[in-house]
Design a protein around this ligand. Sequence first.
Ligand SMILES: O=C(O)CCC(=O)C(=O)O
Ligand SMILES: [Fe+2]
Length: 356
Amino acid sequence: MGEVDPSFVQAPEHRPKSSIIVAEGIPLIDLTQIKYQDQDTLLVSDPVAIQGLVQEIGSACKNWGFFQVINHGVPLDKRQRIQDAASKFFSMSLEEKLKVRRDELNVLGYFEAEHTKNVKDWKEIYDFNVQEPTFIPPSSDENSIQFQWDNRWPQNPPEFREACRDYAEEVEKLAYKLMEIIALSLGLAPNKFRDFFKHNTSNIRLNHYPACPYPHLALGLGRHKDTGVLTVLAQDDVGGLEVRRKSDGEWIRVKPIYNSFIINVGDMLQVWSNDAYESVEHRVMVNSEKDRFSIPFFLKPALYTDVKPLEELIDEKNPPKYKPINWGKFRATRLLSNFVKSNVENLQIYHFKLSQ
Ligand SMILES: O=C(O)CCC(=O)C(=O)O
Ligand SMILES: [Fe+2]
């Protein structure tokens, strides 16, 4: 088996425990009621009809920051096609995959050296943006780095690009439906968030966690919070995702449920909601026998968006907890720190907290 490369080894306090808590787990929510809605028509022609669902999703966002959905309306064949394409892509030679490798300037494509909290993850990934081309606002800062946001499509497998695009279209619709419900759950107009996504920077990531001989030392993905607004994650049947339970800080394993999606609140929704909903830490265990694949869709606003607590949610008793965060700058700073391994913590939303 040989020695493990030390760059993968987690500090003892962050290593996986030998006992797994499955417990109650994150809430499971049935979306049958909104399954057939199109994203162009508001759901709330009859808000009373979906009141129960709004409440369920609101409590899940508040108490867990995570939930799982079934009967979500994303066609299974499109999910299967992207899963197959991902598996074929990752099974190609490293040389082939490196042709579309991400670097300091090209932020999309293949990457096999990601560090989370400065420890290397046991995984390889492929990122693409959902909106092509990504809308880049003119920069007012001459010194800012001009990243390349163009998708870097591999030549093989030939069906890759189409499978990615078809799936993205469906999962994006689901994300917008969920954002309407989330708006309602915060007492906002259902279309409150819509304009933020006109020039969105949402992306999809294909994750491949190869079987790992050191499951007690390494993690597939170290503990982190998602920076965007909302994540819609498809995981396969291997399992390994753990969520930090808000009530007591325990790591709870998310049990795979066939054809379900895992939804979680991202940092930007935490800021918009002025901490009503929090972005929760999660991490991924590796498996010593099986490879695991997962596909998160990260809903993200336009680069020019200044994210700040929404006016409707603040008043004298509940003053804003954050200074405005320019999404483009926040993202650029994080991209730079993710690329180089450094010993300082990368930029987090609490750096923008206002003292109360
Ligand atoms: O693979 C998973 O289950 C989670 C992936 C994840 O958290 C991420 O890519 O941000
Ligand atoms: Fe994540």
